[in-house]
Design a protein around this ligand. Structure first.
Ligand code: AMP
Length: 380
């Protein structure tokens, strides 16, 4: 394989969720073909791929067939087992690279990477016993939050701790899993920057996004974020420095807390990110097209925003309103509906999103708030 990988080539996607689906839709529009490897069938990305390998991530024979089919492999979630990467390496490049994945797969390694390289983050400690938890809580103070080191996202595996009395049950509930204790951050707001690099080190960054959460799950993202330009510039520079230090090829989403003292990094995701969905409708290049461009070694597309936008996540049954309400939403001239074809609308499951466009960001935000009320009202 040599860069650039041009349209007509087949790209491999590890993971079959909505981030894969939207990357595939962007790539197919450019003329790329796709193979998805995902154990569950049917799946959101598999439905729009040329080929879906239905196999566990550790199935050596399926991985060999997948690798033989594709010119480069990428991913849509970071918890791809190391054994899968071992099986693919040497046969086909996996982008982002192994190093970036190793760091972002595990909170303890991620926090160590951030602090060793001088990137600001909340006070934290790795804990492997109740004694270490008690010692760390004494140093960091209450409230604090205990997060499992592996497989955490959308607030899964997290507990807020208020006092000494919370420590023994919290430790028990981990059942021996390693965890990271973090100081609670009284943030002014949550933001993210999605940036990326190609194999030649050419960089790009989307403008800052302002995010709100509900039950630890992303609820809305808005852009422009409306902060002081110097503060926005500092966030983008921080994210770009992280991408460089990770030696990344692909995208990384840098989740940030804004505090009175400045930016703190909360979390890194080496892939497209839920907060960047509004780039499909609001920006010259979407994060998904950018993902494809970067892993194929193409030049990054322009990341400027052409229209102010607010994205509302459709979680659980919010994505399946009564037909009249759905028709009303579709009659909203500047609302862009995206449904992920995920089947059953379980509580907390991300089923789709809608992006509201407007001439002013306040109007986009207001439309999203109004539709949030209508879609979340109990249905008769
Ligand atoms: P995470 O899965 O680590 O991104 O956490 C999900 C959400 O929990 C974040 O977006 C925040 O709203 C909240 N959260 C996580 N860690 C902290 C913290 N140290 N202080 C305050 N809020 C937090």
């Amino acid at each position: 394989m040599s860069d650039p990988i041009l349209p007509g080539a087949t790209l491999g996607m590890l993971g079959g969720g909505q981030l894969g689906r939207m990357s595939l839709l962007a790539g197919r529009q450019m003329g790329y073909r796709f193979a998805v490897l995902e154990p569950k069938a049917p799946c959101s990305a598999g439905a729009v791929a040329e080929e879906h390998f239905v196999a566990p991530y550790h199935d050596a024979a399926a991985l060999a067939r997948f690798a033989a089919k594709v010119q480069v492999a990428t991913l849509e979630f970071e918890n791809i087992p190391a054994a899968t990467l071992d099986a693919l390496e040497g046969k086909v490049a996996v982008r982002p690279g192994r190093q970036a994945l190793r760091i972002c797969q595990n909170r303890a390694r991620e926090k160590a990477f951030l602090s060793e390289n001088g990137f600001p983050c909340a006070p934290h400690a790795l804990v492997e016993s109740l004694e270490q938890l008690q010692e760390a809580a004494g140093r960091i103070g209450f409230p604090c939050v205990l997060k499992t080191a592996d497989f955490g996202y959308d607030g899964k595996g997290q507990q807020r701790l208020e006092s000494e009395a919370d420590l023994p049950p919290a430790w028990e509930s981990l059942a021996g899993e390693r965890a990271v204790l973090e100081g609670w951050v009284d943030f002014l707001g949550e933001y993210s920057v999605i940036c990326g690099r190609n194999s030649r080190g050419e960089q790009c960054a989307f403008p800052l996004l302002h995010n709100t959460h509900c039950n630890h799950i992303l609820h809305t993202s808005t852009s422009p974020a409306g902060l002081d330009p110097a503060l926005e510039k500092a966030a983008v520079e921080l994210a770009a420095a992280i991408a460089d230090q990770l030696d990344l090829v692909g995208l990384v989403a840098v989740e940030l807390f804004l505090t009175p003292e400045g930016w703190l990094v909360n979390e890194l995701a080496p892939r497209p990110h839920n907060s960047g969905h509004l780039t499909i409708d609001g920006h010259f290049t979407s994060q998904f097209e950018q993902h494809v461009r970067l892993v194929c070694g193409l030049a990054p597309g322009a990341t400027d925003q052409h229209t102010p936008a607010c994205m509302l996540n459709l979680i659980g049954t919010a994505a399946t309103p009564p037909p009249e309400l759905l028709a009303d939403l579709l009659a909203e001239p500047r609302a862009k509906l995206h449904l992920y074809d995920k089947g059953e609308a379980r509580p907390g499951r991300k089923m789709g999103h809608v992006t509201f466009l407007a001439d002013r960001v306040a109007t986009a935000r207001q439309l999203a708030d109004e539709w949030d009320q209508r879609l979340s009202a109990p249905q008769k």
